[in-house]
Design a protein around this ligand. Structure first.
Ligand code: FAD
Length: 281
């Protein structure tokens, strides 16, 4: 790996629901460890719905000698509940958290004692000092519930002022949105590393479904090309690899401090993109 190609990567998983899923993820992780990830993170279902699965996967990653980050969402949570979960994570030896508000499934009231992720970050700092390295979420294309781009940026700054160390973005396919976000944050005096979240494209329907839900924009040309491939999964994958590798190259060339891959518990696309980028050799 040359200086020009050196860029840290991290990988994200979700907690599997079945014993088969747990075994499959174990294999996927072993394959991805070839990239020498900075850390592997595991998502956390809002309302604590996946707590056991999340913590089990985090335990497995630590036992495999890798750095693990547990995602942690606060929507619907109480201070006492969060305090107890933080104690569990400390006892497990977890040093890194991705602190989030989360989204409750429709039908649940907001409830809980935390309103925003910034409240959670402040609480973690008040309770545990500097024990955890805290990541927060960033939205270069604006969080879907934000009142305005300005208020969303201020909400991001509030998380940093509350004690976040670095950020991972929602995925995007337009690098300008990322670079503009970093510049705007910098202008507000917010200078923590903002690592782009990278979603490999392997399935058209899955990508459209996720993106509609989380507010990530699929540029028209990508949407139309994907639609044009119909059920031709080989063409979708080949196109997706080209598009996402190009995006990563633009981000690396523009000085992004790392790449965080939303692996969807699959290794092939992330490994292929990293190989094309000459990462991890
Ligand atoms: P916040 O930062 O609290 O922002 C939520 C909304 O409130 C935004 O619109 C913001 O503009 C607004 N806001 C914040 N503070 C204020 C304020 N003071 N005044 C007015 N408005 C304000 N979800 C999960 O359930 N589990 C996961 O594991 C998970 N992992 C994720 C990882 C990453 C890297 C990312 C980018 C997202 C992840 N999500 C996860 C999704 C996330 O929970 C949702 O996007 C959620 O809607 C917002 O969470 P947040 O932490 O960004 O919230």
């Amino acid at each position: 790996m040359t200086e020009a190609t050196r860029i840290p990567v991290s990988v994200e998983f979700f907690p599997p629901k079945t014993p088969e899923g747990v075994e499959k993820l174990r294999l996927v992780r072993q394959q991805l460890y070839a990239l020498k990830p900075e850390f592997c993170s595991v998502t956390f279902g809002a309302g604590g719905s996946t707590q056991e699965g999340t913590f089990n996967a985090v335990r497995d990653i630590l036992a495999e000698g890798q750095n693990a980050a547990s995602h942690f969402s606060c929507i619907g949570a109480t201070r006492a509940g969060v305090r107890a979960q933080l104690a569990t994570l400390q006892a497990m030896g977890v040093k890194r958290l991705v602190a989030l508000r989360g989204d409750l499934p429709s039908g649940y009231g907001m409830g809980g004692e935390f309103q925003y992720a910034s409240d959670l970050v402040a609480f973690i700092r008040a309770e545990t000092g500097d024990d955890f390295y805290i990541e927060v979420a960033a939205y270069p294309e604006i969080h879907p519930q934000a009142k305005s781009p300005e208020s969303d940026l201020k909400a991001f700054a509030a998380k940093v002022h509350a004690g976040a160390n670095s950020a991972i973005t929602q995925y995007f396919y337009n690098s300008d949105a990322y670079f503009r976000f970093v510049e705007d944050a910098d202008a507000l005096g917010v200078q923590i590393p903002v690592v782009p979240g990278i979603m490999p494209i392997t399935s058209s329907t899955q990508l459209m479904r996720f993106s509609d839900a989380c507010g990530a924009e699929i540029p028209r040309w990508i949407r139309l090309r994907l639609q044009g491939f119909g059920d031709d999964t080989a063409s979708i994958k080949a196109f997706g690899l080209d598009v996402v590798t190009d995006l990563c190259e633009q981000l690396r060339a523009g000085g992004a401090p790392g790449l965080h891959f939303y692996t969807m518990n699959q290794s092939a696309a992330t490994l292929e993109i990293c190989q094309r980028l000459d990462i991890g050799r």
